[in-house]
Write a protein that binds this ligand. Sequence first.
Ligand code: GAR
Length: 325
Amino acid sequence: MFKGLRNKWKVNAIQLTLILLTFAIGGSLTGYAGRKLMNIFGIEQKWIWIIVYLLVIVILWPIAVLIVSILTGQFPFFLQYIRKIGRRMRLIRSTEPEVDSRESIVNSDKKLTSESWDSGPTTNDYRLTTNIAIFASGAGSNAQKIIEYFRNSNKIKVALIACNNPVAGVLAIAARENIPVLIIEKERLFRGDGYVEELKEKKIDFIVLAGFLWKLPSRLIKAYPGRIINIHPALLPNYGGKGMYGNNVHHAVLAAGEKESGITIHYVDEYYDSGDIIFQAKCVVLPADTAETLAQRIHALEHEHYPRVIGEVVTKLKSVDSFIG
Ligand code: GAR
């Protein structure tokens, strides 16, 4: 139970102890104050007592826990906690932007910059920062764009680059950007613990695949339900599946004489390129195209859309999978 709470609130064991202590002391103080009020006003009827007590809980309890939280050093946590309750009870207006439904994200032309959803109070990183791990195997141009997009964000942080290829270009990007690296080994990924514990220890909340060429084990997918997304350089469900990556995809598209191709951003499940589609964008395929020229056009689309869509999906997740509930 405590582990579940720690994961939900993203706090360590000491912070959790202090938070529970704050709840306990704040609750006792509220009860004490309620009884005192009853005595002062000489209220004896049970039904009035219940009304007063409810008022005490709504008004005094938040004040009591906030004061106690200053003493226990947990003020930022409780401020957010009480705001969240206030928003749920519609006593406080939401500072989070309204987020599109999944359907409206698909093929949406809406432009959302990191700044637009970054506005609002950001006083601590108990909950406001979503840590992203980018899994990549290659050059890492998408990783670079994602890092740039969220560089000044205080809501989303690229906290880890996970890579299965020790000579991949993305590792140079990680070094330059000062982002920790996790080298993924096949044996451990597929037959070991799937890196789940390590990712949880590093407080990774969300996984973004950007040219990661291995299928993820079900253990990892189950540990991050609805929290792993991938980008594919074609219009799925066409040109997906095993072996369909990078230029292989573009060769297949050209060989089939397609007039258009594009990108697909989708949730990751246990099969290749088969999870629910979040977003697609199209581009033309020109008669003179080679796999390389088509790849350039596809990369441009990926760079334009992937960081923004990541921001939208994470924001939507946060509004659904609330901090306290
Ligand atoms: C991207 O085009 C991405 O769509 C593709 O690998 C490329 C990585 O480029 N992914 C797949 O093919 C997955 N099936 P990058 O390393 O420059 O970001």
